[in-house]
Design a binder for this molecule. Sequence first.
Ligand code: UGA
Length: 433
Amino acid sequence: MRVAVVGAGRVGTVTAAIMARLGHDVVLTESDPGKTADLRAGHPPFFEPGLQDLLGEVQGAGKLSVSDSLAEAVSGAEVAFVCVGTPPGDEGDADLEAFERCVRQICEAADGPLVIAEKSTVPAGTSARVQGLLSGVAAAADLDIVSNPEFLREGTAIEDGLRPERILVGAESARAFDVMRRLYQPFADAGVPIIETDAHTAELSKHAVNAFLAMKVSFINAVARVAEAVGADVRDVSRVMETDSRVGKGMLSAGIGFGGSCFHKDLTAFYHLASDAGYDFPLLLETVRLNDQSVETIEAWIVEALMDPEGERVALLGLAFKPGTDDVRHAPALDLAKRLIARGLQVTGYDPEAGPEASREVPGLETAVDPYEAASGASCIVLCTEWPEFAGLDLERLAAVVAHRTFIDARNLMDPEAVRAAGFEYRGVGHSH
Ligand code: UGA
């Protein structure tokens, strides 16, 4: 099947590679000529494990090409994925300008029956609204808008994309369902459930899933505060919760809170969507508040550990919002860095992938080439992102370069005994072990 993917961001590039791997003939298009040139040369415009190899494989097999022309990409396609950004608007609701412009351009370029599939996260009702906008377009009778939300996680996007837990398709016509069934037939053959709903329901489901996952993280971070107060261990509480299949596994590791482009944006957009529909949903805002509190807690621990913090140096290990990515959008480490810099502290960060992005984002943040350089002269080390390589840190070497031996493990990654054995005062989240 011929497939167009519009927007070579994190979702679009991965979607294009996965569709090509399923055997479809994919054209990826993007308005930034720098990105298309990089992609043609086989270089993804961001770091995602396994993506470069997969792009090389599908480009080499002639299944994926890159075009600067949206019209060229859409011509002859049966499905066009819209993967452009839907950033928060001034009020926190989703800004759909780029999304709608893109849909209009796709419609104008369509030269045959076409299913336009929303991959970007959009408020429930968007596909119906967009279908309304199309009524003036000549080819509208042959165009269907479907909601096909993405559930990929950064850092494991290729794995998630090749082995999805389910595919969700929200559509309004038998023809659109038929096209999407053919598109995803290889997954259906492999036993992946394909859930079919109306478009509103698919859009709302994506909001509900992301909000619920974010709520789990905020919930366990709130439990961590209680565990600290009563002398319990939140890591064991998580283990107990996860063995209950009704709670479900994952998103129950206490730490410095969630980051990334999706959870914050989706929680506020979902809140606005609900309020516009006449329902007040304060749980969503509380989830964000508890997340802010997670960073504030770590900030307070640093201040407490340093006693006279001004001018002291703090080393942040990990700057990306999670391991396996160079993405620093809403990264808790950067929120913490800004707060510490505002208090007059010196902050040096190290991240295996996100250093350049982080220093562009936070003026005054120094970045180091390795954890030991970052820790040099620091009075407090804070582990903010659980990159696996940090678990193997040479703690003796770290202890030798710091000014004062305090280690705050804001992701509960380290073995507390090993950190203490190297002479550090250790503090983890939600436990006193
Ligand atoms: C999230 C969802 O998990 C995906 O299903 C969805 O497709 C994506 O948003 C999206 O809408 O684009 P992602 O943001 O890439 O994916 O990463 P997650 O693994 O969900 O982690 C989000 C944040 O929560 C990270 O900062 C992570 O460190 C934090 N987290 C996660 C915790 O603090 N504790 C946990 O137990 C799990």
